[in-house]
Design a protein around this ligand. Structure first.
Ligand code: GRF
Length: 213
């Protein structure tokens, strides 16, 4: 059983997806602890499931590294083997990234490397892309950068609002985050020259948008 430490700042729907996936006895990972930097609504998902959940209040630390050292300590206290960022709104220092190198993953609501940062859905609509989606990746020191493990693509529709596209992407986030964790727990994820190769994986058919035939 791979022990997960999940870091959140918000509603925690991806945390909830990981907790749900782990309810299956055959799922090879369990959420061992949850840490939030603020009093995040998502902590409730952990508490309901009886998972240790704590706030490590960023504002009470003198700098980023002392805050991260407290988060790191919490992870180690619970024997965490993989740290999962799930709507954690803090950029981590190279120190933390180095502590958890190749054992630290993030979910981002775009097809990286397009649309790093915030307001991804608004920017995708404005750019006129025909697909958007979400990405689970290993974390490196740059913003939303690192080897890509899995992506899901969804069509962008002509009438889409930011909210409509976000909702369509979020459904996929809740599938690919547990899927990525499962692949890692099964030992099928290999990083070679900063690219991820997944043992025994097959590729889907192409999808075309607009579908014109
Ligand atoms: C998700 O869209 C995730 O991709 C991004 O932040 C959002 C968190 O949502 N990193 P939730 O808190 O998991 O519901």
């Amino acid at each position: 059983m791979l022990k997960l430490g999940v870091l959140i700042s918000g509603r925690g729907s991806n945390l909830e997806a990981l907790i749900k996936a782990a309810e299956d006895k055959d799922y090879p990972a369990r959420v061992a602890c949850v840490v939030a930097d603020i009093d995040a609504a998502g902590l409730e998902h952990a508490r309901k499931a009886g998972i240790p959940a704590v706030i490590v209040p960023r504002r009470e630390f003198k700098d980023r590294q002392s805050f991260e050292m407290a988060v790191d300590k919490e992870m180690r206290k619970h024997g965490v083997e993989l740290v999962c960022l799930a709507g954690f709104m803090r950029i981590l220092t190279p120190w933390f990234v180095e502590q958890w190198l190749d054992r630290l993953i993030n979910i981002h609501p775009s097809l990286l490397p397009s649309f790093t940062g915030l307001d991804t859905h608004k920017r995708a609509i404005e750019a006129g892309v025909k697909f958007s989606g979400c990405t689970v990746h290993f974390v490196r020191a740059g913003l939303d950068s690192g080897p890509i493990i899995i992506q899901a693509a969804v069509p962008v529709l002509p009438e889409d609002s930011e909210e409509a596209l976000a909702a369509r992407v979020l459904i996929e986030e809740h599938k690919i985050y547990p899927a990525a964790v499962k692949l890692i727990a099964e030992g099928r994820v290999n990083i070679h020259e900063e690219r991820v190769f997944i043992a025994g994986a097959s590729a889907p058919e192409s999808i075309i948008n607009p579908a014109y035939f």
